[in-house]
Design a protein around this ligand. Structure first.
Ligand code: DP6
Length: 401
């Protein structure tokens, strides 16, 4: 039996309809369905290398070069053991042809994962990290079928990072969580004019992580109950239709309302959770002021559990938005260091629009840098040392509708 090795990358995602609150902590089942856009891996990704060998005596994990323990019953341990048992079950069903996979599933693994963007700063690093782990393990052990329920148990939002394009995480009804899965509603090629600016305000780790924060919200917020019972379903339909019809103003409206409501339920938590900072609010003001000046919603902000913003816009408006960010938020950085990712040319809005925008600049260096990106594809197998693994079926599951 030979040693095996895979290297994979997985994308981050930004929630359009937010997941905040679990109905079952143990299985990581959400209180509501959610929807996200997968961000292009050329600009934001986790890279994970997994090797297995009969000589390894323990599972080993390195995150951004630092050795981590893998405690019993931890989420990572759950993901590892579930993929191993899926490989064994599949091997047993397939008989002799899979004996190697069954043996490899019993071997220890060495896993090394790195991100090319700030960790735990509300940029969904756990989503891309768990998606890369689960996708990579699935490839290494030739596991076929939908792995989104396993990724979900690593981190809820990770099940959405197993697909490219626009992805829905259906909350499901089953008690065992088997129907709580992620699937693509539209591929990354569907709406190529969309542009996303990830505005990095602060790359410090957040004080209260999403997992603990949302649990506290479930226990203390009455607004969350209202949101889950009366708001999310309607917005989900509006957002999915707007994506299907490439209706940017309607999508922009839902995106901003969802972000605002997420942070409203955070403030309705006791004690309150505060993920946004003053710069986040300055960015919101800039977007509203631009939309008012142009007379329709042509840009939208959204924030997950951190102060960094994701701005959605379209290709035809991206140059003006870039100009606005650069001029309202002066910086000591060069243009090329400030704007990363896809190349962007800045162009000032026309005079009639400029006259309506408050162009007073904030003080310098409030924004660290901006990653210019777009909607991207799902996880990629970068390399492996066994050509059989290249041909194994996809582990991302089929679209549910
Ligand atoms: C605000 O997926 O990080 O980004 O399931 O506990 O790991 P766990 O939570 P996580 O929460 C993400 C919350 C969010 C909104 C979203 O991505 O939908």
């Amino acid at each position: 039996m030979s040693d095996r090795f895979v290297e994979v990358t997985a994308p981050s995602n930004i929630a359009i309809i937010k997941y905040w609150g679990k109905r079952c902590v143990d299985l990581n089942l959400p209180l509501n369905s959610s929807l996200s856009a997968t961000l292009c891996q050329d600009h934001l990704k986790s890279t994970t290398k997994i090797s297995t060998s009969p000589r390894l005596t323990d599972d080993e994990l390195l995150l951004n070069g630092c050795k981590q323990s893998i405690p019993q019953n931890s989420r990572i341990q759950k993901c590892l053991s579930q993929i191993r048992s899926a490989a064994r079950m599949q091997g047993i069903r397939q008989g002799n042809s899979s004996l190697d996979d069954i043996k490899v599933a019993s071997q220890k693994m060495k896993i090394s994962s790195t991100n090319n963007f700030p960790t735990a700063a509300g940029l969904a690093s756990s989503a891309s990290g768990y998606a890369a782990l689960v996708f990579g393990m699935g490839k290494l052990l030739s596991v076929k079928g939908d792995l989104t329920p396993i990724a979900r148990q690593g981190s809820g939002s990770a099940c959405r990072s197993l697909h490219g394009g626009f992805v829905k995480w259906q909350m499901g009804k089953e008690e065992d969580g088997s129907d709580s899965t992620g699937y693509q509603i539209a591929p990354e090629t569907h709406w190529e004019e969309l542009r996303i600016f990830v505005i990095v305000v602060n790359d410090m780790r957040k004080k209260v992580g999403s997992t603990a924060g949302m649990q506290l919200t479930v226990e203390t917020s009455t607004l969350l109950k209202h949101r889950v019972e009366h708001v999310v379903e309607g917005r989900m339909k509006t957002a999915c239709d707007a994506i299907k019809n490439k209706d940017f103003p309607t999508l922009a409206d839902v995106i901003m309302r969802e972000s605002n409501q997420l942070h409203a339920v955070c403030l309705d938590t006791n004690p309150p959770l505060r993920y946004l900072n003053d710069v986040s609010f300055m960015i919101m003001d800039m977007v509203h002021s631009y939309n008012t000046a142009v007379g329709s919603l042509q840009a939208a902000y959204t924030f997950d559990a951190g102060p960094n913003a994701c701005l959605f816009t379209t290709k035809s408006r991206a140059n003006e938005i870039a100009w606005l960010i650069r001029n309202l938020f002066p910086t000591d950085s060069s243009d090329s260091d400030f704007f990363r990712g896809m190349s962007v040319t800045m162009s000032a809005p026309k005079t009639s629009v400029m006259q309506m925008i408050d162009l007073n600049a904030y003080s310098s260096n409030m924004i660290k840098y901006v990653i210019c990106t777009k909607v991207g594809d799902g996880p990629r197998l970068v390399s492996c040392n066994d050509t059989r693994l290249l041909s194994c079926n996809d582990t991302r599951g089929d679209a549910a509708d």
